[in-house]
Structures are given as C-alpha cells and as structure tokens.
Design a protein. Structure first.
Length: 718
C-alpha cells in the first residue's frame, strides 16, 4: 500500500464526508478489538467501498484494506486502488497476503460476504441466506471465515512448532514475514460483523445524475441507477447507521483432533498445499459464515419504511383503509418492539402517536406517496388497493431501487426472524381487533404514566385522590360517535366528569384525557411544556378514534384551546367545541409570566434559585380538583399555547362551537368571540351563558351547558 496515496484518499473522502448531507450514526464502536480484525459488512451501495474504510480508519487509527471486484482493476484507476490497499478478488496471492497482514498486524480487512452489491436486498430464501443478483443466485461467501481460520491455524501452528521444530517454525515465520514469536502470541484474529442501514431510501434525479447524463452519451443504465440512488441519499440528508456487532472468535473452531493433527504435524507444507483437515475447515467456515450473516442482518437498523413495507406485503387483503395500515405499524412500533429485541432508528425511539393522528413527521405520508408513485398501491373512493404482483415478481437487479423500492425495503428485514414473527401476527389480525388492541394499549399506557407521575410527585397536602386525577373512559352504545374531553389548566379529568356522564347517558363514548403535568402536584406541571399537553390530547384521540369511527373533540378553558389546536391539524374529526378558551386572560400575570419565567430560569442557572418566584398562590373555584399553587412556568406555557393557536385558527374547517360565561372572572369574553371570528369554519356558532363563574361545566346550571354541547355533538356526528 502506498501511504501517500492512502493519505490523499483520506483527505478526499474527508472533504466529501463533510460536504454531503448524509448523517453518519455510529453504534457499538466499543466492540472493535485491538487485535487483528476482519470486518464483514453488508453491501448495498458503492458508499460502503469508499466511505466505510474512512469511517473505520478514524476509529482504529491503522491501515484498513479491502477486497474489490477484479473488474475495477483496469487502467490508472486500478493502479490507484492497489496503492490505497484494495486487492483484487482474483489476485493469485490474495489469501496469503491477507493472512500475512493479519498475522503481522500490518492491516485489518474489510470483506463483503455477499460478494457484490445486493441492490434488491434479497438475501433470504426459504429461511436460508441466498444472494439474488442479475446473474442468478448463490449463497454468501465463506471467504472471511476461511481466511480467519487459516490465520488462526498458522498462528497456532507456529506457536506449537516453536518448541518442537524450531526450523519449521522459522520457515513459516519467514514465509509470513513475522519478526518474532511474541508478535503473534496474543494476537487472535476475530471476525467483526457490521451492518450499514440507510433511511430514507429514495432514488430520484439529482444534480449528480443530471450532470453525468449531460456529460456522457449512452450512459450505462447501471451507472445512472447508482447515481440516482446513492446521489439522492448523500445529497438529501439520509441517515446512515453503522452498527458494529460482537466479535466472533474463530480459534475455538480449530479445537478438534482432525485439525490438531495438521496443526502439530512435523511434516513441512506450504500455504496452498492440500492438508487432511481441509474439508473439516470448510465445514467450520460454513458455520461461521451463517453466524456472521445472521449477526449482520440482525443488526439492521429498523425504520418506519421497513414496517410499512413489510406489513403492506403481508396483509392478506388487497383493499385496506389508510388508518388500518397506520394502526398496525403503530402497534408494532410502540408495543411489539418491546417483545422483539431489534435495533431501531432514532425516529422509532420517540413517541409514535403521530402515526395515528396528524402524521406530522410524514412517516406514513412519504411512504405512501412513494408507493403510489411506483404503482405498488393505488387509491379509489377512499380505499387503498395493493398490487400483489409488485411484491411477488422478480426484481430487475439494476432497476430494483428505482422501480420498486417498497419491495427492497421489505426484503431488508426478512432475515430478522423475531421481527417477522410479530409483523406476521399484526398483519393477519382483523381490522376490528387492531382497533381494539390500539385502544387497549394506549389506555394501559396512559394509566401507567399517571401512576408513575403520581407516585413521583405525590404531595400529602396537595395531591388529590387518584380517582379525581386519572383519565377515564365511558363506554357508549355500539356504533355511536366518540367524544374526547380535555380539562383545563391546573385541573384534572374529574373537571369533565359531569359533562362526560351526561354524554354517556346519551349513548356517546367518552374519553377524558389527563394532560401531562396535571392531576399530580404543581412541581410536575412546572416541568412540562405545552407540546407535552398537545401530545396528551393526541394520545386521547388515538384511544377514542380506535373505538369510534366518528369523533368530536372538546375542552374547557386551556383544554378548549387545545381542542381547537387539535382541530386545526385534524380535519377528519366531526366537530370541535371550546368552552371558555383563554385567548384573553383578565389576570395581568399572564402578560408578565414570560418575563418572570425567564428571570427564574436565569437565576437557577447561576445557582441562586432561592431568589426566584416560581409559584403564586391559587384560589380555584373547585379546590377539590385544582392545584392550589400556580407555577409561573406553566402560565408562560399557556401563553405560548394560545399565541401559537391564534395563527392556526383559520385552518379549522370542521363545525365549531365556542361557549362562554358572560361574567367569567378569568377569561375575557371578547377573546372568545375573537377566537370564533378567526376560526375558518363555515359552520360555527357562539353561545353565551348568564353565569358569573369560570367553571361552567360543574355546579348549578351546568346542565344548560351540557345540553347545548350535547345538541351540537348530535348534529355534527350522528
């Protein structure tokens, strides 16, 4: 290897590494041992050939050589490859060179056991590892295992001969250019499985492919496909997860009489001479190959595309609803992953509730746009229908990533057996059972979250009884609409109990959600943001929408604001009502809260938090439900919520109702009327009640409000 050429290549790759928008995420670097290593890596793109050696070199700080296709060793480029440590897979002295460098520690090696790029990612067939490519099929290569075994064989033989046949030991040391016996005594070679996963996979025209087309006539289709796929990945900001597995030692595979006879033999034989244990070594290499292939693909970083593609492929019915597919993926991502130890993309580590609400991160939308574009599915009259042939027909090797990336995505995770078992079960269950499971999972999750929060923040003098604080469900009549109720700031689900009972008597299903930070203690609320309240609402919708096909969302005070915020994102709901939305608060504290909160945070940063004013005394209308201390940070979050809501109100297009007490001492009615006027719905109304209190859903006369809300729900949802 020419060290100058290697350094030059490193500088070039580093420049490209910093230029591209791809994000490299390394996992398991601690698994890389100090001794000689053969890295066995899956091969999907050209990027593994050029970027992976640079990435590993920055970690191990020693030369890293690789095998490359003999087709690349032509002309000046071939000479350059040789200078930077690439070896042709057809070089006559290839194996001895690799064993030599591993024994001496001159270099580690990268070997792609598939033998070529597997563009269709089809590596499993009938439960066995089989590589499908343009020329046919073949099993993964055992070369890495064979080379590791041969290295350990000669290391072990030299060490044994050093005390029994010094002359033969010296001959072998000269053959492999080993300076001294101590140089190999503690240098056991290991095989290190590595998986490289890419997300998202989108092959499109890009500046690189367009430039190549403009500069070259009759550009080979193979090259154009690679530029479209890999150019898009690098230029659009793909996540590249590189995961280093547990080292696989091979020394123990030599511990048998058959191999020992050759190890300790006094006969002299050269590197390529036949030995009696050759067949046994081949069998051991095959076992090791199965081991590292399983390890490589078990480490695949599973992402949303994998789940959507796999479930879409496995679903027995060709026709399906959008939410049915989204719920199935939600269940796998949220629940089934806990039972199947798989490696997840960072986006799957987050809360998955957007999958069954507004899809704000476009995980479903982007996938389905691609599936529609490629003809894997088509949409008609609100239903999707999949083309089964797009999953069953053979993929053109050089066109797979462009023509049918959905099948490629599904292929990539076929080897993860534990994941496939759960995907199979979720795919085949009927839709009504999926809805029931989704609701049951979320209800259980929310109750567990409440129990944990309540236990963590419990205050004997301030925390209310659990029955007041926890979320609850009222089951309605079969086929009736559902209502999601959202309580107010510093309150708890019990605030909505009288309204919930009234709606339940009308036959509606009702779920009263608990907003994050509420129903426990003020210290809990002080740590929360309004984004967490929004997430609580989304979770509540996930529950009630899984039980009912039509849903109306409504809330009181801050809950009313959250209901409107939800309606601005979810046009599929039947209607929204907001009782006393706090667009304008009479208390001047709301205007001062942001400044006070900023001062408090600054004081805490400089460790003089004792001077801060974090809470103010609260005198609620319902002290048995509400907090008696109001965190300043919470008031600030409420202000931020309503400010963000104001710009979203025109987006609301569903039927809307806003109600307000004329003498509300907390919320200025002018703010509620302004809210109504800003709402974009054609069907909207404003109703006032002759009360002098804020909490009009409880107490004397509350039944008037209940009836008004009930009539609205009946009109828009039944």
């Amino acid at each position: 290897m020419n060290k100058f050429a290697f350094r030059t290549t490193g500088l070039l790759v580093k420049a490209l590494y910093n230029l591209f928008k791809a994000r490299f995420n390394l996992h398991g670097q601690e698994n890389i041992p100090e001794g000689p290593v053969i890295f066995v890596v899956n091969h999907f793109t050209r990027l593994e050939t050029f970027l992976f050696p640079y990435v590993v070199h920055t970690l191990i700080k020693k030369p890293l050589w690789s095998l490359a296709s003999a087709d690349l060793f032509r002309g000046a480029f071939g000479e350059y490859l040789e200078k930077v440590g690439a070896v042709s897979n057809k070089a006559p002295n290839r194996d001895q060179l690799i064993v030599n460098s591993l024994l001496t520690g001159n270099a580690d090696w990268i070997i792609f056991p598939e033998g070529r790029m597997v563009k269709n990612k089809k590596i499993v067939e009938k439960g066995k590892f089989i590589i499908s490519y343009a020329g046919g099929k073949h099993p993964p290569h055992t070369g890495a295992a064979t080379l590791a075994l041969r290295t350990e064989f000669y290391r072990k033989r030299i060490l044994s001969l050093a005390s029994t046949d010094h002359q033969e030991a010296e001959r072998l040391m000269s053959l492999f250019q080993i300076d001294g016996i101590d140089d190999i005594r503690d240098r056991q070679v290991v095989i290190l499985p590595v998986n490289i996963s890419y997300y998202p996979l989108r092959a499109r025209e890009n500046i690189l492919s367009k430039l190549a087309v403009s500069l070259m006539e009759n550009l080979p289709e193979k090259i154009l496909e690679e530029l479209m796929t890999e150019g898009s990945m690098l230029l659009s900001g793909v996540d590249i997860d590189i995961r280093f597995g547990v080292p696989i030692p091979v020394q123990c595979c030599l511990d048998c009489r058959c191999i020992d006879r050759d190890v300790f033999s006094r006969e002299s034989f050269d590197f390529d001479d036949p030995i009696q244990s050759r067949n046994r070594m081949r069998r051991e290499a095959l076992k090791i190959m199965q081991s590292y292939m399983s390890a490589i693909y078990d480490m695949t970083t599973v992402n949303h595309d994998h789940l959507f593609a796999s479930i879409l492929r496995r679903m027995p019915r060709r026709r399906f609803r959008e939410m049915d597919l989204r719920r199935r993926v939600f269940l796998v991502a949220s629940s089934e992953f806990k039972k199947a130890p798989v490696y997840r993309h960072s986006s799957l580590e987050e809360n998955q509730i957007p999958l069954i609400t507004d899809d704000r991160y476009r995980k479903f939308g982007d996938f389905m746009d691609l599936a529609l574009e490629k003809g894997v599915v088509f949409k008609k009259n609100g239903w999707f229908r999949k083309d089964v042939s797009r999953f069953s027909s053979a993929l053109d090797f050089n066109r797979a990533r462009i023509d049918n990336p959905i099948a490629v995505m599904a292929n990539e995770v076929e080897a993860i057996r534990q994941l496939q078992q759960r995907l199979r079960r979720v795919s085949f269950q009927p839709g009504w059972w999926i809805r029931r499971q989704t609701a049951a999972f979320l209800i259980k999750q929310q109750l567990a979250t409440f129990q944990n929060d309540y236990q963590r923040f419990y205050h004997p003098d301030e925390s209310k009884p659990k029955e007041i604080c926890k979320p609850f469900l009222i089951k309605g009549k079969s086929g009736m609409p559902g209502v999601l109720l959202i309580h107010g700031y510093m309150s708890a689900p019990a605030e909505m109990k009288e309204l919930a009972d009234f709606l339940g008597r009308l036959g509606f299903w009702v779920y009263a959600v608990r907003l994050s930070g509420h129903g426990t203690a003020p210290e809990d609320l002080a740590e929360r943001t309004y984004h967490e309240w929004i997430q609580s609402v989304d979770t509540g919708y996930g529950i009630i929408s899984s039980l009912c096909r039509q849903v109306v969302v409504g809330g009181f005070s801050a809950g009313g604001g959250l209901a409107l915020e939800f309606a601005s994102r979810m046009p599929v709901i039947s209607g929204v009502f907001s009782v006393s939305p706090p667009m304008r608060l009479r208390n001047p504290l709301s205007r001062l809260a942001p400044g006070i909160d900023a001062v408090n945070r600054s004081l805490r940063k400089v460790k003089i938090g004792g001077l801060s004013k974090s809470y103010i005394e609260n005198h609620p209308e319902n002290p048995g439900i509400n907090y008696l201390r109001n965190p300043i940070s919470g008031v600030h979050q409420l202000e931020r919520l309503m400010k963000s809501l104001y710009e979203k109100l025109p987006l609301i297009q569903v039927p809307a109702l806003v109600t307000q007490a004329k003498g509300d001492p907390v919320v200025d009615p002018r703010g509620s009327l302004e809210t109504l006027n800003k709402i974009g719905s054609v069907d909207k109304s404003y109703v006032t009640f002759d009360f002098d209190r804020h909490g009009i859903l409880l107490g004397n006369g509350a039944e008037k409000v209940h009836r008004t809300l009930g009539e609205f729900i009946k009109r828009v949802a039944t």
